[in-house]
Ligand binder design. Structure first.
Ligand code: ATP
Length: 192
């Protein structure tokens, strides 16, 4: 997967629609303190399905919506779109949050669940918790990571995090099916 574009509207300090083209090679974001550099990385992680408001530096998820300034009223929604090349095809992932209505996701214009977005990025060895997205406050955490945590980072980088999610879901389904079979056996035993 190669992310080629990031579009934001009403997200944190990006009240006006912003459209960033991400070219090949290394991309640097420079600017004075407080101009929104970290907000950009957070927008990327948020659109990939981040569920922790705290890791978005907010008390609740609606805190990502532009909160207004002395001269500008707050917005009712925030939307972030990621354009990426996936297997040679352009794919658009959009997350939108409205006050009082929570988040909604779209992939190529189709309404999808957060899980679908998580799997899309996990299969491409990236995602909201990808070790490739290193924010300022995570640098220390990466250095101090325990071996098990490093292993999780490597697994994510190797692109098998999506498989773990599917395995957990398959195991849950298996346990439910086994419980159903046991109930069925008990019912059959009662009748015979
Ligand atoms: P630094 O270089 O100091 O780390 P930065 O360029 O990374 O700064 P950010 O932390 O991304 O800057 O942006 C902080 C700015 O975003 C602050 O001015 C803050 O008021 C603004 N901001 C954050 N959330 C919202 C919001 N919901 N609505 C409006 N502005 C917001």
């Amino acid at each position: 997967m190669r992310i080629t574009r990031l579009r934001l509207a009403g997200f944190k300090s990006f009240v006006e629609p912003a459209d960033l083209v991400i070219r090949d090679g290394l991309t640097g974001v420079v600017g004075p303190n407080g101009c929104g550099k970290s907000n950009l990385l957070e927008a990327l992680r948020w659109a990939m399905g981040e569920t922790s408001a705290r890791s978005m530096r907010g008390a609740g998820m609606e805190d990502v919506i532009f909160a207004g300034t002395a001269t500008r009223p707050p917005r009712d929604f925030a939307e972030v779109s990621i354009l990426a090349e996936v297997d040679g095809r352009e794919t658009e992932v959009v997350r939108r949050i409205e006050r009082g209505a929570g988040s909604a996701y779209r992939i190529d214009g189709r309404d999808v669940r957060a899980r679908d977005v998580g799997l899309l990025f996990a299969d491409a060895a990236t995602g909201a918790h990808s070790p490739a997205l290193v924010s300022q406050n995570r640098i220390g955490a990466v250095i101090a990571a325990k071996p098990a945590e490093r292993r999780a980072m490597l697994e994510e980088a190797a692109g098998i995090a999506g498989l773990h999610v599917r395995r957990r879901e398959a195991e849950t389904r298996l346990r439910q099916t086994e419980a159903n079979l046991e109930r069925l056996d008990a019912l059959l035993a009662d009748q015979s």
